[in-house]
Every structure is written in structure tokens, then in C-alpha cells.
Design a binder for this molecule. Structure first.
Ligand SMILES: Nc1nc2c(ncn2[C@@H]2O[C@H](COP(=O)(O)OP(=O)(O)O)[C@@H](O)[C@H]2O)c(=O)[nH]1
Ligand SMILES: [Mg+2]
Length: 476
């Protein structure tokens, strides 16, 4: 079981395994990091961020003065020779009132690659070192400026593939998710205290705490809230991760037409000649905010043409990368033997929807059906009938509601923690109602609390933190 006393440790010096007393931390040589925070390449302005105890000294060297806190100061960024490398704005945020909680200096210079390199080299010469990926956010987390899910939300907001995802990420960043977790944890702690009290003083004033229903009522309420949070987190994760949708099918069934219809532009070449699409083609799109990567492939058939054969090989390989497969067929005829085989093969690996395309030719109505346990959508890629039904189906596959926006973003890691916390509460419920075992319930409550703490970073392992922050980009 995770011990709560190992909750977020302040790690001011990157010395693994070395315990530091508070005074040692203060005295320890925490290094100062620097990185380009804005995008690489030519731009009007580039922002270089510096964080750490050496910031005031570095400001003296590079600016000739320490700017007044939180006030933009225009001036030269000086090289070692005293000549200006660039001119720009400097902003100084003294600790602890900064993003990282450390002294931070932001230099906004011109966005030229050489200028940025020269300025970074100068900062390194003054004693900073280049920041690792995610290191600014990591320091913000260790200095209690943000919770772990908020740090992740920063990365998610930057990487957001749709406005809906971006808005949800910003809400997470503002603490929408951590507040929910914290509130649940607070109630869990209260219930733990009550339960432990019931165990320690079983017959206090002849009241049977364990049997009085109070614990059960509170536990049920917790389980209900956690379950509701879980389903909202699933939404948040669906909108964050989106879906990789692979379009497969025989030649000429309308796969490329479907891609073009979904992308609302002529991305793929469409002709009446079978074997037109030879390579894998993908488009990023947003389905009412749900980020989709739609992949068009070569029609699957036996062929003597080596180029087309390679396309068929690539198309099959796409199945392994897909979150969902759209198997396009011709609505005017039933699935043939090859399609049946393909369907069975895909169905074993990934979820699939059969699309009965060209209903305009077959004279059929658009709509959703079930065939042999598979979802089938009848549509026309040519005139767009049934596309709305396909959209609903894809949102269902992604686990997001047909309407509405996620309250926050969530990651698989969060879903996993929520599921484990819910399982612990359910086990605790059984221990209480079946065995009337207060101690066992208390243990499950404590486990659920620790598991929820993994989301906000109250309880984490260094391995997990390393994995999370290293996936960020430099300067974040
Ligand atoms: N009438 C009709 N024709 C379609 C439809 N979808 C595709 N087609 C036509 O079918 C032919 C093959 O389409 P294409 O998208 O290249 O098929 P692919 O080989 O599966 O990529 C083209 O002539 C398209 O215009 C549809 O829904 N209705
Ligand atoms: Mg095609």
C-alpha cells in the first residue's frame, strides 16, 4: 500500500536517492535552466525562459541590471564582450511568484535562429544549462505551483487537436479536474476517519458505528460520485486522444470519396478506375471537436501490379495502428466471401463499422443497423446522406457523448487510476456489507485515496514522473 507520507517530495536538486534536509535544500546548488519557450524557426519574437537561483546574477550579466519585478524592461541583451546580441523585452519574476516557483527571467527577443542560439549560448556561459523536456513544468509541480494533472493539461492544451479539446485542456489547467479529485479525496479522508473511529471505539455509548448505516450511506455516495467522475473522464480522454480511423475495403467501393467527404476537400484522387489509390493517405480532422485521423488505403484485392500490391500490404498494416476500422462495402450487394473474411480478421483486432456505401445508387435509406453483431451504417459518400449517422457512431466509439463538451481533459493514466479507486471502493463496500469487517474497509479506503492521489501527484513514483515530464517538449 502506498504510504501517504511519501506524498509530493520537494526535489530541488536533481540528485537521485539523496535525502536533503530543508536547510540542505536551501544551500544545495539547484541549477538554473534555460530554453527557448516559443516555437523554433523564424518568427517576429522568440521567448527564452530562464529559471533558477542564478537568474538575478544572469540578469546582471546579460542586461546590466536586474529589471523591476513583473515589469517589462526594454533593452539590450549583452554578449560577453559587452556588445548587444539582440534588443528586446526582459521580464523578471522573483521566486516564489513565477510559473516554476523559482526566480524566472523571460527574454523576448527577435525570432531568428542564429539570434536565439547566440542568446542561449550566452545564458549557458553565464551559468545556466539547457532545460530538459518538460523541466519547467516539472519544477512548477515540485514547487507546489501546479498539480500533476495540471502539468499534463499544459502539454495537452498545447497539443490539442481541436478547439473543444483545447478548451477542455485549459479547464483542466485551471484545476477543473484536480478540484474534483481533491473534493473526493477530502470526503474519503472524512470517511476513513469515521471508519477508523468506529474500529477503535466499537462500543462507544452502545452505538454500533459499523452497523448504523452512516458508513454505508457515505460510501455509497462516494461510489456514485466516483462513477460519475469516471464517465466524465472517459469523455475527457476521448476528446484528448481522438480516434485513428482507417478506411478499408475493396477497390471502387468509395473509400477515397468517403475520406474527401469527411475532410470536406479533395484530398484523395477519386476515379471510377479500380486501383486508383495506391498509398496510405491520412487527414487530420475534427468531428464536432473530436480529433480524428482518417486514413484512406488502397483497395484490398489480389493484384499483379507490384505498386498496387505494396499499397495493399500497407493497407493491411494500418489495421494494427487503427482505433477503429470503417469497412466500406457496396450497398447494392451483400458482403462477398472476401469481405466476410476481412471483417472477421479485423473484428478480432479492433472495433469495426461496416459502411454500406452508394445507397443513392441502390435506392436505400440512410441509417444505422446491426448485422451479425457488427454495426452497419448505410450512407452515400457521394451525396452525404447518412454521414450524420456515421458521425454519431464514431463519437460512440470514442466514448464521447453525441453532444456536449468534456468538462476537462483526461489521460489513460487518469482513467486507470479512477478505475482502480472505484474497484477499491467496491471491494470496501463488500467487506463492509458482507463481512462487517471495518479494518478491511479502512484499508480499501486508504488504497482508494492513494490511487486518486496519483492523478494529482500527491502520491507518485519517480518513474511515473519521469515518464510524464519527458514526454513534454523542451521549454515547457
Ligand atoms: N453513386 C455513388 N458513387 C460513388 C459513391 N462513392 C463513391 N462513388 C464513386 O465510385 C467510384 C470509386 O470511388 P473511390 O472513392 O475512388 O473508391 P475507392 O477505390 O474505394 O477509393 C468513383 O467513380 C466515385 O465517384 C456514392 O456514395 N454514390
Ligand atoms: Mg481510393
Amino acid at each position: 500500500m502506498v504510504d501517504l507520507s511519501q506524498a509530493r517530495r520537494r526535489r530541488s536538486a536533481p540528485v537521485a536517492g539523496q535525502e536533503l534536509t530543508p536547510t540542505a535544500v536551501a544551500a544545495a546548488a539547484v541549477d538554473t535552466i534555460a530554453a527557448l519557450a516559443s516555437g523554433a524557426g523564424q518568427a517576429g519574437v522568440a521567448v527564452i525562459r530562464v529559471s533558477g537561483p542564478a537568474v538575478p546574477a544572469i540578469a546582471q550579466d546579460v542586461l546590466g541590471t536586474l529589471p523591476a519585478p513583473r515589469q517589462a524592461a526594454l533593452g539590450a541583451f549583452l554578449g560577453a564582450d559587452g556588445l548587444a546580441i539582440d534588443h528586446g523585452l526582459a521580464l523578471y519574476f522573483p521566486a516564489p511568484y513565477s510559473f516554476t516557483g523559482e526566480h524566472v527571467l523571460e527574454l523576448q527577443g527577435h525570432g531568428g535562429r542564429i539570434l536565439v542560439d547566440m542568446l542561449l549560448a550566452r545564458l549557458l556561459a553565464c551559468g545556466a544549462r539547457l532545460a530538459r523536456a518538460g523541466e519547467f513544468s516539472e519544477r512548477a509541480f515540485f514547487n507546489d505551483k501546479i498539480s500533476l494533472d495540471q502539468a499534463e493539461a499544459i502539454a495537452d492544451a498545447i497539443a490539442a487537436g481541436s478547439t473543444v479539446t483545447a478548451r477542455a485542456a485549459v479547464r483542466s489547467l485551471e484545476g477543473a479536474f484536480s478540484r474534483e479529485i481533491d473534493a473526493l479525496v477530502a470526503d474519503l479522508i472524512a470517511l476513513r476517519v469515521y471508519t477508523e473511529g468506529a474500529i477503535d471505539f466499537p462500543d462507544e455509548e452502545d452505538v454500533d458505528f459499523l452497523g448504523d448505516g452512516e458508513i454505508k450511506t457515505r460510501l455509497d455516495a462516494l461510489i456514485t460520485r466516483l462513477t460519475a467522475l469516471q464517465s466524465r473522464a472517459v469523455q475527457g480522454a476521448g476528446f484528448r486522444d481522438g480516434l485513428r480511423v482507417v478506411i478499408l475495403g475493396q477497390p471502387n467501393v468509395g473509400k477515397s470519396s468517403l475520406l474527401n467527404r469527411l475532410a470536406q476537400r479533395d484530398t484523395a484522387i477519386v476515379t471510377a478506375i479500380a486501383g486508383t489509390t495506391r498509398d496510405v493517405l491520412s487527414e487530420q480532422l475534427s468531428l464536432d471537436g473530436l480529433p480524428l485521423t482518417v486514413v484512406d488505403t488502397a483497395g484490398l484485392r489480389e493484384t499483379d501490379d507490384p505498386i498496387e500490391a505494396e499499397g495493399v500490404r500497407r493497407a493491411r498494416r494500418e489495421i494494427n495502428q487503427a482505433d477503429h476500422v470503417l469497412l466500406v462495402t457496396d450497398a447494392s450487394r451483400p458482403l462477398d466471401a472476401a469481405e466476410q473474411r476481412l471483417l472477421a480478421e479485423i473484428g478480432q483486432r479492433v472495433s469495426v463499422t461496416i459502411l454500406a456505401n452508394k445507397i443513392d445508387l441502390a435506392g436505400l435509406k440512410p441509417g444505422r443497423h446491426e448485422v451479425d453483431g457488427y454495426a452497419l451504417v448505410a450512407l452515400s459518400a457521394l451525396d452525404g446522406q447518412g454521414l450524420d449517422t456515421l458521425a454519431i457512431r464514431l463519437k460512440q466509439v470514442a466514448g464521447v457523448a453525441a453532444d456536449g463538451e468534456p468538462a476537462f481533459v483526461a489521460r489513460r493514466r487518469h482513467l486507470d487510476a479512477l478505475a482502480r479507486a472505484a474497484a477499491a471502493l467496491k471491494r470496501g463496500d463488500e467487506r463492509l456489507t458482507i463481512d462487517a469487517a471495518g479494518e478491511l474497509l479502512a484499508e480499501e479506503l486508504s488504497l482508494a485515496q492513494a490511487t486518486l492521489g496519483e492523478i494529482t501527484g500527491q502520491v507518485t513514483s519517480d518513474d511515473l514522473l519521469g515518464a510524464i515530464f519527458s514526454s513534454f517538449c523542451i521549454g515547457k
